[in-house]
Design a protein around this ligand. Structure first.
Ligand code: GDP
Length: 186
């Protein structure tokens, strides 16, 4: 999509959402985002804070929604994610790797950060990625689901590799944000 076409969409679209991906390095964030954004995948970078983002346009009921999804571009490795990454985000996908328990343990830390910088109203989907690697599983599905229920998060296991549940996870987040916004504007 070129810039002119993109601007035209901005004028037509009813909502523009910002959503962020977060979680330990190597859990599959970049693969999830590129799966979801598909042919509309456009990696722009914001060099000042070293993040990248992609867009996806979706129709929910009768509203045209443009979602701008931010990826850490590996900056989490250097603990370089700052409050500006989260600012203005209405949704977050908090990702761990079901084959690496440490990435699930760290979900608590990422959630704390999300709530500190993004506020309590943010829609958060907890995602256990790499579900195709069942033989190496270190985190049971029930455990992820149980934690999500305790923290009132949505939950899904995905495989970016096999394209399982990726669309569903993003759509869950976007639909929830849409619900919240349309209730607020009533
Ligand atoms: P990020 O650091 O969180 O952005 O993670 P990446 O998207 O770069 O993925 C890290 C590694 O995990 C890469 O080698 C990917 O090919 C691999 N990977 C990502 N998602 C999956 C998945 O669903 N299944 C499997 N088996 N590997 C995956």
């Amino acid at each position: 999509m070129d810039v002119a076409a993109d601007d035209a969409f901005d004028e037509q679209c009813d909502y523009l959402f910002k959503a962020v991906l977060i979680g330990d390095s190597g859990v599959g964030k970049t693969n999830l985002i590129s799966r979801f954004a598909k042919d509309e995948f456009r990696l722009d970078s914001k060099p000042t804070i070293g993040v990248e983002f992609a867009y996806r346009n979706i129709k929910v009921i009768d509203k045209l929604i443009k979602t701008q999804i931010w990826d850490t571009a590996g900056q989490e490795r250097f603990r370089a994610i700052t409050s500006s990454y989260y600012r203005g985000a209405l949704g977050a996908m908090l990702v761990y790797d079901i084959t690496k328990r440490a990435t699930f343990v760290n979900v608590r830390k990422w959630l704390r950060e999300l709530r500190e910088f993004g506020g309590d109203d943010m829609v958060v989907v907890l995602v256990g990625n790499k579900s195709d690697l069942a033989q190496s599983r270190e985190v049971e599905k029930e455990e992820g689901k149980g934690y999500a229920e305790t923290e009132r998060l949505c939950f899904m296991e995905t495989s970016a590799l096999q394209n399982q549940n990726v669309e569903e996870a993003f759509l869950e987040m976007i639909t929830k944000i849409h619900d919240i916004i349309s209730h607020k504007s009533l």
